[in-house]
Ligand binder design. Structure first.
Ligand SMILES: NC(=O)c1ccc[n+]([C@@H]2O[C@H](COP(=O)([O-])OP(=O)(O)OC[C@H]3O[C@@H](n4cnc5c(N)ncnc54)[C@H](O)[C@@H]3O)[C@@H](O)[C@H]2O)c1
Length: 301
């Protein structure tokens, strides 16, 4: 898709991090924007920021894990702008902890936002895009699903996140295959970044609260948050860089968007392990002291 002026973008998780950066870039390219987020105050602030800069934008509070909310988002986008050209299924949360210690509610939250949120977006918006394509040969549509390097590799203390993000990669590859059967006008990409400074390590701010069920974070959860904070602090690229790389990928119709070239090594290592029937190497092979510190923390040493 070359010229995005006056085209329409829907962005979930639009109130922070990558979502806000997609919105700023879309606005700079003259796009009309529909921002969705569960956090009303943060959403209002970004919508006001964009309007002050002259953008044509609406915001809609949406919990992407709820299909009725995503349907209402699609209805609002069509009512405001008539069609949707870009969909960023981007909202996400990163709960840490050992696989067996997170509660059923926490797993439902992680999979509800990170996987079902993307699935609702694909299920509800793809038919709208295909209908617009059938009506107008000049129509172009593109869906970007935000997964993560954690969708191509795995890491300790991040099980719910890795499970959801691997599923988002599989969902996106399936969408790519299926779209290719029916249309030349609608395409998709999967975005797999490594660490970038955003609000992601503070995801628990969006954890649905049930006062009776509140428990103090475990050692593993605290260790996972410390790892995320450290990774983010050392990030070589910004959310703006990720937005630029993503829009370039849409223009060039590239499916795999990996803004961190260094992460290719870990991806290659995982596939090598599988092809050679080796047990998973894990992300700390080159930095064993991180694993040792983690083990000591978990064992209370
Ligand atoms: N920052 C990183 O290092 C990194 C790396 C790889 C992938 N990602 C992915 O990027 C995406 C964007 O995250 P970010 O890094 O910008 O973090 P962020 O926390 O800054 O932004 C995420 C946004 O999603 C919103 N959100 C959370 N739950 C929601 C829900 N149920 N419905 C609607 N909105 C909801 C939050 O309010 C927030 O505005 C996520 O899918 C995340 O997993 C981030």
């Amino acid at each position: 898709m070359e010229d995005l002026r006056n085209k329409v973008a829907v962005i979930t998780g639009g109130a922070s991090g990558f979502g806000r950066a997609f919105a700023l870039r879309g606005a700079a390219l003259g796009m009309k924007l529909v921002l969705a987020d569960i956090n009303q105050d943060a959403l209002d602030a970004v919508v006001a920021e964009l309007k002050a800069a002259g953008a044509d934008v609406i915001g809609r509070r949406t919990d992407v894990s709820q299909s009725a909310d995503v349907q209402a988002l699609a209805d609002a986008a069509i009512a405001a702008y008539g069609e949707v050209n870009l969909l960023f299924n981007n909202a996400g949360v990163a709960p840490g902890g050992l696989v067996w210690e997170r509660s059923e509610q926490d797993w439902n939250w992680a999979l509800g936002v990170n996987l079902h949120g993307v699935l609702h977006g694909v299920r509800i918006f793809t038919p709208l895009m295909l209908a617009a394509a059938a009506k107008a040969p000049s129509y172009r549509g593109h869906i970007v699903n935000t997964a993560s390097v954690a969708g191509l590799t795995t890491a300790p203390t991040l099980g719910p996140y890795c499970v959801a993000k691997h599923a988002v990669v599989a969902l996106s590859e399936s969408l790519h295959h299926d779209l290719g059967l029916v249309s030349e006008q609608v395409h998709c990409s999967v975005l797999c970044p490594g660490f970038v400074a955003t609000g992601i390590s503070r995801s628990d701010r969006n954890l649905p609260t049930d006062d009776d069920a509140q428990v103090a974070p475990s050692r593993a959860q605290l260790a996972a948050k410390a790892m995320l904070d450290q990774g983010i602090a050392g990030s070589a690229i910004s959310a703006d860089d990720v937005a630029r790389i993503t829009f370039d990928g849409i223009r060039d119709r590239r499916f795999y968007l990996l803004p961190h070239p260094a992460s290719m090594e870990a991806v290659g290592q995982r596939f090598d392990d599988i092809l050679n029937l080796r047990n998973p190497t894990g992300p700390f092979a080159q930095r064993p002291q991180i694993r040792e510190t983690l083990m000591a923390t978990l064992r209370g040493a």
